[in-house]
Write a protein that binds this ligand. Structure first.
Ligand code: FES
Ligand SMILES: [Fe+2]
Length: 359
């Protein structure tokens, strides 16, 4: 994809342009809800064109393996798992949760074939904020963007995930795009006024991203007003495709986290997780779920139509302050790729600045 105009963009020769079109290879991606991973059960997920099988070992720790038996390619997620080994349902080869082949039951005791060196690829896996995170990179890279975490104990949470038929980049841009909100998310409960108003917000660089800090006004969304008082809102974007909205009103805390996960080159998973510290809000869950789904579906629909346009002509025109965060996304991604290739630490290329737009 080419993007223009980008006055601050450095020349493309330093970097393979196809690398810029792909999701960051060495980063943590949200692949499943923690509660979806049960002991003795297996979960199949897609990540960046790869198929993975997820599960929990006897100690409860999650594992992530390539969902492909080395023998003849069978999906290991289709076979049984006894909490210790996965059995391929095709010819019964067994694999430990570390990926190593443990048994080939069809071998005769007279057969000298050695299976001890056969292994399924194992991927690094972590758990945080109620989700399972996998890094699809096979090379041991340098420091990568931190996995999102919660800084309070939630009384409840609500998760909605949708698959979007759009590239990872296009979907991720929607997380940093203030311009689409007034047009795409115009539901009464989110944006009661139809008027476009001038916005001035200060942005500053943070580790692997940028953050916008502000005090919500009385004119803000009813969602904010629900908290009472004048809540303080902080919205962070962080590579590879993470938006962290943190709302503080006195002792009350709400976090609205959104994660983009590349499934294939043209399918992206959009996961939205809302967490709150007030037990009373648990009662609103049945009301909030369809609203959150509606909000995410608005993004899904517009992104799919935009992707169809980009498929016909893969260029964008990024214009004005409102599109600067989108340009910043590409600059951060470029720096992540360049610093990894040069084997040097990531140096955030952004500076603190005020942005003005109407929304
Ligand atoms: S394909 Fe897995 S054991 Fe043959
Ligand atoms: Fe959106």
């Amino acid at each position: 994809m080419s993007v223009s105009p980008l006055p601050s963009q450095r020349s493309d020769d330093a970097l393979d342009p196809t690398a810029m079109r792909q999701p960051l290879p060495d980063a943590w991606y949200c692949v499943a809800e923690s509660r979806a991973l049960k002991r003795n059960g297996l979960t199949a997920v897609a990540l960046n064109g790869e198929q993975l099988v997820l599960g929990r070992g006897a100690d409860g720790a999650p594992f992530a393996l390539r969902d492909r038996c080395p023998h003849r390619g069978m999906a290991l997620s289709k076979g049984p798992f006894d909490g210790d080994t996965l059995m391929c349902p095709f010819h019964g080869w067994r694999f430990g949760t570390d990926g190593r082949c443990r048994a080939v039951p069809t071998l005769s005791t007279h057969d000298a074939a050695d299976f001890s060196r056969i292994a399924v690829q194992r991927f690094p896996v972590r758990e945080s904020a109620g989700f399972v995170w996998v890094n699809p990179s096979l090379q041991e890279g340098g420091p990568v963007p931190a996995i999102p975490a919660l800084d309070f104990e939630p009384a409840g949470s609500l998760v909605v995930a949708l698959e979007v038929e759009a590239s990872f980049d296009l979907t991720t841009l929607s997380l940093v795009d203030p311009g689409h909100v007034a047009f795409v998310h115009d539901s009464w409960w989110f944006r009661p006024s139809k008027e476009l108003r001038e916005k001035v917000k200060t942005f500053q660089p943070v580790e692997h991203g940028f953050v916008m800090t502000s005090h919500a006004t009385t004119k803000s969304s009813p969602v904010y007003r629900l908290l009472g008082g004048v809540p303080e809102v902080e919205i962070e974007f962080r590579l590879p495709g993470v938006r962290l909205e943190r709302i503080v009103a006195g002792a009350k805390r709400v976090a609205n986290y959104t994660f983009a996960t590349p499934l294939t080159a043209n399918r992206t998973l959009l996961t939205n997780a809302l967490y709150w510290s007030m037990p009373a809000l648990n009662l609103l869950k049945p009301v909030a779920r369809p609203l959150m789904r509606q909000f995410l579906t608005q993004d899904q629909q517009v992104l799919q139509h935009a992707q169809a346009g980009l498929d016909r002509k893969p260029t964008m025109v990024l214009l004005g302050d409102g599109d600067l965060p989108s340009q910043w996304y590409f600059r951060l991604k470029r720096e992540a790729l360049e610093s990894a290739r040069a084997g040097r630490p990531f140096a955030n290329p952004l500076e603190r600045r005020e942005l003005r737009w109407r929304s």
